[in-house]
Design a binder for this molecule. Sequence first.
Ligand SMILES: [Fe+2]
Length: 206
Amino acid sequence: MEEFVRDYLTASVESEQDGGRMRWYPWHSAAYRFNHIRNVVELSAHIASEEGAGIDVTRVAALFHDIAKLEVDQDRHAEEGARIAREYLTSHEEYPSSFIDQVVRAVEEHSYQGPVADLPRETQCLVEADILDKVGANGVALVLLRMGYESRTHTDAPEMIERVLERGEEALDRVESQTARDIAHRRLKRARWFDEWLEDEIAAPS
Ligand SMILES: [Fe+2]
């Protein structure tokens, strides 16, 4: 199943005529997207096991949640991902239809911007993990990578890391489960440390 998702992402990038500006950013690559998906699979399964949600539904939904991200527009990727997940699950092995329905629903609703408490538990675990993957040390690494693509100098880093901190605060506001809140606190603390260390080491702008 993992291989199917990785191959799908690779084929999406290879078949595009002109990916436009976004194609140069690391998050437009199949490698980045697949790594993000694996992070979300692990994180969401951890949250599900701690919070008593269905681990298998959560893992499979996390695996498919961004499968269409490089192929269609952002506002359609959840719906398209749900369609691909249904097609895959109904044509491979004998998954119970209730399992397939739960997975498909979670993929379809993972872009929901309202309160996560409105969602079924498994979808909630997926949404929380998706939010958490953009904060903390991983968020810092991604923003530094982006600076390289934008030819910025490292003196811009504190300003960019501020954005990671803001995102971390937003994540804290948005996640509901105690497990996700603990992870958000831990990750935000790491980004704050990095911000402080950096300020300590680089000269203030003249
Ligand atoms: Fe995602």
